[in-house]
Design a protein around this ligand. Structure first.
Ligand code: SAM
Ligand code: SF4
Length: 356
């Protein structure tokens, strides 16, 4: 192992702070250095958060999207995709089923679909909390107005996932036409002001991305002091302009995840579905490289099939019950246990979430 690598890793483990050039040293890890990075991240995860793996049921309630992100299969110009919307009743039924299977928290995700007005979604959130008894509701419905976010927070939404996707402003603008990184970050600031537990994150392996950009991604997540960060590989979708680009690499994604854990010791980091899609053991590996959350798909079939952000999504054809049994077995085989209760982000009174 490089001497420099070992020194930087030691510093990260001890202080959870690194400069950009030090992040690059870790991102360049190869061979046994990658294993050492994983072990360090796993140790930080165990010391800061314990052995619980939190399961959050995700309900993908609409695949309509007004945006045209170059990487995403839900982009509005993908005319081949059959579009669907779940009714409020179907969303509540899906949440009831998830609760019955022991999933205490729900993530509501969709394309950017203005069909769901703020009051309609607020009513769904209220009913999820009051009628179904959902422990925590996370929203992931893209960029909306401050007023919309405020209404949903008042209705009982606890968390919001809005990945910054890439910290390179020029790349962001190219990949997400009509939107800017600045606008995205402004929304993350609003969400923080409104008292949400805030989630950001990035895509690893986007065309045009560099190790410098990935280092900037991790520093940005630290600067935002996120309670959650979704880190997953880019997977090309055949009906997008990026169809012919190579997918993000498993090893690079695991390195980014592990480094994020070193710098964000208390954040909830999912072993993402995208990780499970590029490699059969992807989610298991994610849990060994610092992750402590899994978000099983609880979207009712047949809709689940049409939420095609990227092809070959892990767990698409599986029965929910069987998927959960397999996930729990996998968690136990790692000597970890399934988290109980809502699994809120551990807050530190008067301090940054990720200081220890
Ligand atoms: N529309 C909302 C938004 O963009 O924030 C939420 C839904 S969007 C489908 C959820 C996430 O999917 C995005 O944050 C993005 O990181 C991820 N995603 C989209 N296309 C992807 C692809 N081809 N490969 C990997 N991740 C992708
Ligand atoms: Fe729409 Fe989100 Fe996909 Fe972009 S990433 S096209 S906003 S669903």
């Amino acid at each position: 192992m490089r001497q420099e690598f070992m020194e930087v890793l030691e510093k990260a483990r001890g202080s959870h702070r690194l400069e950009r050039h030090e992040l690059i040293v870790l991102l360049q890890a190869r061979g046994e250095e990658v294993d050492a990075l994983g072990r360090a991240a796993d140790g930080v995860r165990a010391a800061s958060l314990g052995d619980e793996v939190h399961l959050r049921g995700i309900i993908e309630f609409s695949n309509y999207c007004r945006r045209n992100c170059l990487y995403c299969g839900l982009r509005r110009d993908n005319r081949k995709l059959r579009r669907y919307r779940l009714t409020p009743g179907e969303i509540l039924a899906a949440a009831r089923k998830a609760a019955g299977l022991g999933l205490p928290t729900i993530v509501l995700q969709s394309g950017e679909d203005p069909h769901y007005t703020a009051p309609v979604l607020a009513d769904i959130i209220r009913r999820l909390k009051e009628e179904v008894g959902v422990g925590a509701v996370t929203l992931s419905v893209g960029e909306r107005s401050f007023e919309d976010y405020r209404l949903w927070r008042e209705a009982g939404a606890d968390r919001y996932l809005l990945k910054h996707e890439t910290a390179d402003a020029a790349l962001f603008a190219r990949l997400r036409p009509g939107t800017t990184l600045q606008e995205r970050l402004l929304r993350l600031k609003w969400l923080r002001e409104l008292g949400y537990q805030v989630g950001s994150g990035n895509i690893v392996g986007l065309p045009g991305q560099s190790l410098e950009t990935l280092a900037a991604d991790i520093l940005l997540m630290r600067e935002l002091d996120v309670e959650m960060a979704g880190i997953g590989p880019f997977i090309p979708h055949p009906q997008t302009p990026l169809a012919k680009e190579p997918p993000g690499e498993l090893e690079l994604t695991l390195k980014v995840l592990a480094i994020a854990r070193l710098l964000l010791p208390r954040a909830h980091l999912p072993a993402t579905t995208a990780l499970g899609t590029i490699h059969p053991a992807g989610r298991r590996l994610g849990l060994c490289f610092g992750a402590n959350v899994i978000m099983p798909d609880t979207t009712p079939p047949p809709y689940r099939y049409y939420y095609q952000i990227y092809p070959g999504k892990a767990g698409m054809d599986d029965e929910m019950e069987a998927t959960l049994v397999a996930l729990k077995n996998m968690i136990h085989s790692l000597n970890r246990r399934v988290g109980r209760g809502p699994g809120h982000a551990p807050k530190i009174q008067g301090g940054m979430n990720n200081e220890v």
